[in-house]
Design a protein around this ligand. Structure first.
Ligand code: ADP
Ligand code: NA
Length: 336
């Protein structure tokens, strides 16, 4: 069993990124490696150039993301952690698969339609062929399972179509070049809202630093931000229904539940009837307890360029070794 999953490199990581994305990766690693599967996790830096981008921030974000992943629990000895750009087989296989993918298939992709918008003529060719690179990302490793959110289902379908057509056109039935990967639905990701506005997502693009808990924040900063977090004057309700129409309260209770590994109902059993004067310090303490060790490791690692480069270099070596036989087989099948 092989699990392959990619993530866009992003910098200035915050609690939303951790609870909404990174934590799920760590959970998948722990669950799947225990079953004997190999997990390949890559930073999708080749994908990042399909949209306008700044080279310096892309390089920095790739390293920051690796620092965050490792400090939050991705173990580079158990998982293969790498960036696409250091494994040229991704780009090579994409080109080979461009011969199999059909214009009509790509034209139907809703992400292409959404992202290109009305300006199709001005969109990059990379944005159009992005799903073929995604197909290469997973087919290259004979992935058996690929975690996909709702918005990526169509792209995994395309990867399967490309694999099937390639196998049909260029391989014998008893020796297919590619494995058709099955989707796995990742656990429902938490959606964390801003601490200043319960209707906005917690985001690095929010100009107010008080709106988010950054993974680099120290204990005092976390406590201060939670203390200042927007709330309403009512005490916490006894049941989840009582959180309706109270987005800030719902967000803070949700964060507590997720960090404590429990559910909203249990948190309200404990804190229902109490005011935020009591709940906020408890939430702050919990966040500090859970985040502090990761934050310390993250701060240390993001300053250690040498260590980060070494992690990516070793990951890329392992990935290249797994990719080479499939890439060779694809070239050969095509008569190249
Ligand atoms: P930001 O919104 O801060 O720019 P990104 O768009 O770079 O974050 O997101 C990186 C990853 O983190 C994505 O998988 C995204 O779904 C997740 N993520 C970002 N913000 C949140 C949030 N507030 N709650 C849950 N997940 C989030
Ligand atoms: Na964003």
């Amino acid at each position: 069993m092989r699990i392959v999953s990619g993530i866009q490199p992003t910098g200035n990581l915050h609690l939303g990124n951790y609870l909404g994305a990174i934590r799920n990766w760590v959970g998948m690693q722990d669950e799947w490696t225990a079953k004997g599967a190999t997990c390949l996790y890559f930073l999708a830096d080749l994908h990042a150039i399909s949209m306008p981008h700044e080279p310096a921030s892309l390089a920095a974000n790739t390293r920051e993301m690796v620092a965050a992943l490792v400090s939050c629990g991705i173990d580079p000895d158990r998982s293969i952690l790498f960036n696409q750009a250091q494994v040229p087989a991704h780009a090579e296989l994409q080109w080979l698969l461009n011969g199999t993918a059909r214009m009509g298939w790509l034209n139907r992709m809703t992400q292409w339609k959404d992202k290109a918008g009305k300006n199709r003529e001005g969109a990059s060719v990379a944005l159009f062929t992005y799903p073929v690179l995604q197909a290469a990302d997973v087919l290259l490793y004979q992935a058996t399972h690929v975690p996909v959110g709702e918005d990526q289902k169509q792209h995994l379908e395309l990867a399967r179509d490309v694999a099937q057509k390639f196998n049909n056109d260029f391989a014998s039935e008893d020796a297919p070049v590619f494995t058709l990967p099955d989707p796995i639905i990742p656990p429902q990701a938490a959606r964390i809202m801003s601490l200043r506005d319960g209707s906005a997502k917690m985001s690095k693009s929010d100009p107010s630093d008080m709106s988010r808990i950054n993974l680099v924040d120290d204990a005092d900063t976390i406590m201060a931000k939670i203390k200042k977090a927007k709330t309403d004057p009512e005490p916490l309700p006894e049941t989840a229904e009582g959180l309706e129409g109270r987005p800030e309260a719902r967000n803070l209770v949700g964060i507590y539940a997720t960090m404590a590994g429990t559910d909203v109902a249990s948190v309200l059993t404990q804190f229902g009837g109490q005011g935020f004067g009591q709940f906020k310090p408890a939430l702050g303490d919990l966040l500090v307890e859970k985040l502090a060790p990761m934050a310390a490791r993250y701060r240390e690692l993001r300053e250690d360029q040498g260590a980060l480069d070494a992690i990516l270099r070793k990951g890329a070596e392992k990935a290249r070794a797994l990719a080479t036989p499939t890439l060779d087989a694809a070239y050969q099948a095509l008569g190249l």
